[in-house]
Design a protein around this ligand. Structure first.
Ligand code: WTA
Length: 642
C-alpha cells in the first residue's frame, strides 16, 4: 500500500470537488465533443465560434480541433481582459539580482507593450505565417515577444537561452526562420550569457538566412550591431494601432524543438485553438486558480512549461504571473522563498531537481521566509521521489498546501495526469489521475492493452485539444516518433505503473531519451556531438541515477587507433558537447573503453551499458550473444575504478 496524503477539505471556491471530478471526467470521455465545445466557448473568445470539436484519427494521423472556429490568442490573453481587469497586474518581473527593482505590468500596460512589440515585428517585415525565433533571457520582453507573434499571426520558436550558437543555428535552419528576437545579454546568478554574441555566431552558419534581428536592451553590455539587419527594440517599437489578426483554430501558433530517441531535435507544432483551450483549462483546474492570485512558475520560457504556465495559461485566465530571471541559489539558497514572500505568491510551480537541490541546504533557508501566502504547490518535468515530495509538502508548504505533481510533455501542450487540489488525495511520487478528456492506456511491449493494477508503456488512446499536430515540415517523422511503436495510439515514451486506486506512477523514459534536471535530452544528440571530435571513434550515451539531477549523462567512448585517453581529452570532450548543444548537456561521466558491447550483428547493447552505468551488475541479463563477452568484465572494472 502506498501512503496517502489527504487533500485539505474543499475550499469554498474550488473549481472541482471529488464528485465534480468524477462527473466531469466521465462526460469528457463519453461525450467529448459536447464537453470540449462547451469549454471552448466558456474559456475563449472567438471571432467565429467553432461548430465542431475533435476531428481526428491516429491511423492515418490527422488531428484537428475546432477547425471551423477563428480566434486570436493575444486578444484572448490581453485585449479581452481590458474592460474588466485593466488595472489587474498581469506580469511581475523579478530580476536576477534582488537589489534591482522588480517591475509589474497591469493588463492595460501589457496591452500597450504588446502593441509596441507587434509593431516592431511588423517594422522588420514579419508577416503572418513567418517563423520568428526567440532567444531571450527570462524577462518580460520574452513574454511580450510570444504574445506579439500571436497577435500578428507569426509562429514563434523559442530557443532556450542556455543552448549554444550551434544548437540555435540548427533550430533556425530547420524551420527556415528569418527573424530573431534576442537581448544584449542575459543574467543567471553570477553569470552573464552573451545572447546577442551567440546569435551573431549562429548567423554565421551556412544555411541560416536571417533578415532581421530585434535586440532588447537588458544589461546594457557592449554588443555588435550589424547595420540593416540588427535593430534595437526601442528604436523600432511604436504605439501605432495594431489590431489582432484573425486566425483559424488550426493555424500554427508555435514550434518548440524537443529531443527524441533519434536524430536531431524535432520541431513540435502546436496550433491556436486547441492549445489555447488546453493551456486555459489546465491552468484553471490544476492550480484551482482564483481571481487575483499570484502564480509563479519557475520554468524558463524556452521550455514548454514556460510557454503554457508562465505565458499562456495564466494570461488566458486573467491571472498574475511572475517572470523570474534568476536561479534558486543566488544570492543564496533562500531565493525562491524570498521571492514568494516578496510577491505574496499563492501558487508555486517548480521542478523536482530544484526541490532536491534546495532540500540539501537545510530547512532554515526556507523557514526564515514568510510562506503564509502559499496555497498550492506544483511540480513538473520528472518523477519526484517521495522524500523530496515530503520535504516540499511539510517544510515548504507547512503541510497546508496540496501538491500537484503534473505529468505532461512538450507534445501534450499542457497537463495530462495530475491530482486536482481538493478533488483528490495525494500519493507522494504518483502524478495521480487523468485530466479531463485524457484516456491513458498501458500496453505491454507487443502493444496489448493491460487492465487494472499493472506496469506498462504509457499510451494515450484518444486525442485531446492540446495535442501537437505534427513535426514542423516533417509529418512522417511525427508519425514515426509517436504513432508507429503502437499503431493507432499516441505513445508517450514513458513507462508507467497504475495502482489499485487508478493512480498513475511515471517510472521514466523507456526510449533513448534521458531526463537531466527536468530537461529532455536525446542520447543520440550527445553521441553525435562526441563523435565530431577527431580523436573519438565511437560513443554511446546512457542515463544513470543522479541525486540532484534525477539522471546524469554517462558517456562510453572509444578512441581512434593510437589515441590515449587523457585528462586533456576528457576536458575537450566535455567542452565539445557544451559547444554543440549547450551547458545543459555537459556529460557527468566519460568512460574510455577499448570497445562497446555489440551483438554479432553490430548492434550496441545499451541495456548492458545502462546497467553498468547504474552500478547494477546483478541484472546484466544474457550476455552470451555479445561478440566479445569478456568486454563486460572490463567495462565493470572501468566503472568501479572511477
Ligand atoms: C517527464 C515537460 C514524471 C516524462 C512538461 C515526460 C515527468 C517528459 C513529469 C516530458 C512528472 C514530465 N512525473 N515524469 N510529473 N513531467 N515528466 O517534453 O518523462 O520537456 O515524457 O515536458 O518529462 O518532458 P518535456
Amino acid at each position: 500500500m502506498s501512503t496517502i496524503v489527504r487533500t485539505p477539505a474543499n475550499s469554498p471556491d474550488t473549481h472541482c470537488t471529488p464528485e465534480e471530478y468524477k462527473a466531469r471526467y466521465q462526460r469528457s470521455t463519453e461525450d467529448a465533443d459536447a464537453f470540449w465545445l462547451e469549454e471552448a466557448k466558456k474559456r475563449l473568445d472567438w471571432y467565429q465560434e467553432p461548430s465542431k470539436a475533435g476531428e481526428w484519427s491516429f491511423d492515418p494521423v490527422d488531428i484537428k480541433w475546432f477547425a471551423d472556429g477563428s480566434l486570436n490568442l493575444c486578444h484572448n490573453c490581453v485585449d479581452r481582459h481590458l474592460p474588466d481587469h485593466a488595472e489587474r497586474v498581469a506580469l511581475i518581473f523579478e530580476p536576477d539580482d534582488p537589489a534591482t527593482p522588480s517591475r509589474s505590468l497591469t493588463y492595460a500596460q501589457l496591452h500597450g507593450e504588446v502593441v509596441q512589440m507587434a509593431n516592431a515585428l511588423k517594422a522588420m517585415g514579419v508577416a503572418k505565417g513567418d517563423r520568428v525565433t526567440l532567444y531571450m533571457p527570462m524577462v518580460i520582453e520574452g513574454v511580450l515577444a510570444m504574445l506579439a507573434c500571436a497577435r500578428i499571426g507569426a509562429i514563434h520558436s523559442v530557443v532556450f537561452g542556455g543552448f549554444s550558437p550551434e544548437a540555435l543555428a540548427g533550430r533556425l535552419e530547420a524551420c527556415e526562420s528569418r527573424f530573431v528576437i534576442t537581448a544584449d545579454e542575459g543574467l543567471r546568478g553570477t553569470k552573464t550569457i552573451p545572447l546577442k554574441a551567440n546569435v551573431d555566431a549562429a548567423l554565421d552558419h551556412d544555411g541560416v538566412k536571417v533578415d532581421g534581428v530585434l535586440v532588447v536592451r537588458h544589461t546594457g553590455g557592449e554588443i555588435a550591431m550589424t547595420e540593416g539587419r540588427d535593430h534595437w527594440y526601442h528604436d523600432v517599437a511604436s504605439d501605432a494601432d495594431c489590431p489582432c489578426e484573425e486566425m483559424g483554430a488550426e493555424d500554427p501558433l508555435f514550434i518548440l524543438y524537443t529531443s527524441g530517441s533519434t536524430g536531431k531535435p524535432k520541431g513540435v507544432l502546436h496550433t491556436t485553438g486547441g492549445y489555447a483551450l488546453w493551456a486555459a483549462a489546465t491552468f484553471h483546474y490544476t492550480f484551482d486558480y482564483q481571481p487575483g492570485e499570484v502564480f509563479w512558475c519557475s520554468a524558463d520560457i524556452g521550455w514548454v512549461t514556460g510557454h503554457s504556465y508562465v505565458t499562456y495559461g495564466p494570461l488566458l485566465n486573467a491571472g498574475t504571473s511572475v517572470v523570474f530571471e534568476g536561479v534558486p541559489n543566488y544570492p543564496d539558497h533562500g531565493r525562491f522563498w524570498d521571492v514568494i514572500a516578496k510577491h505574496k505568491v499563492n501558487i508555486f510551480y517548480t521542478a523536482p531537481t530544484a526541490i532536491r537541490a534546495l532540500m540539501r541546504e537545510g530547512d532554515d533557508w526556507v523557514t526564515k521566509h514568510d510562506r503564509s501566502s502559499l496555497r498550492i504547490l506544483g511540480t513538473v518535468g520528472e518523477p519526484i521521489n517521495p522524500e523530496a515530495w515530503r520535504w516540499y509538502y511539510e517544510v515548504v508548504g507547512g503541510s497546508r498546501c496540496p501538491i500537484v505533481d503534473t505529468w505532461w510533455q512538450t507534445e501534450t501542450g499542457g497537463h495530462m495526469i495530475t491530482t486536482l487540489p481538493y478533488a483528490h488525495d495525494m500519493k507522494p511520487g504518483s502524478a495521480g489521475k487523468p485530466f479531463f478528456g485524457v484516456q491513458p492506456l498501458l500496453v505491454d511491449n507487443e502493444g496489448q492493452p493491460l487492465e487494472g493494477a499493472t506496469d506498462g508503456n504509457l499510451c494515450i488512446s484518444a486525442s485531446w485539444p492540446g495535442q501537437a499536430r505534427t513535426v514542423y515540415g516533417d509529418h512522417d517523422r511525427f508519425i514515426e516518433a509517436y504513432f508507429s511503436t503502437f499503431p493507432g495510439r499516441y505513445f508517450t515514451g514513458d513507462g508507467c505503473r497504475r495502482d489499485e486506486d487508478g493512480y498513475y506512477w511515471i517510472t521514466g523514459r523507456v526510449d533513448d531519451v534521458i531526463n537531466v534536471s527536468g530537461h529532455r535530452m536525446g542520447t543520440a544528440e550527445v553521441e553525435s556531438a562526441l563523435v565530431l571530435h577527431p580523436k573519438v571513434a565511437e560513443a554511446a550515451v546512457v542515463g544513470y541515477p543522479h541525486d540532484v539531477k534525477g539522471q546524469g549523462i554517462y558517456c562510453y567512448i572509444t578512441t581512434m587507433e593510437g589515441v590515449e585517453a587523457s585528462d586533456e581529452l576528457y576536458a575537450e570532450l566535455k567542452q565539445q558537447v557544451r559547444k554543440e548543444i549547450g551547458p545543459v548537456a555537459t556529460p557527468d561521466h566519460l568512460h574510455f573503453t577499448d570497445g562497446l558491447p555489440k551483438t554479432r550483428s553490430g548492434k550496441i547493447m545499451r541495456r548492458i551499458l545502462r546497467k553498468i552505468a547504474e552500478n547494477d551488475y546483478g541484472a546484466l541479463g544474457d550476455t552470451s550473444t555479445l561478440a566479445d563477452p569478456s568486454l563486460v568484465d572490463r567495462l565493470i572494472e572501468g566503472r568501479q575504478n572511477r
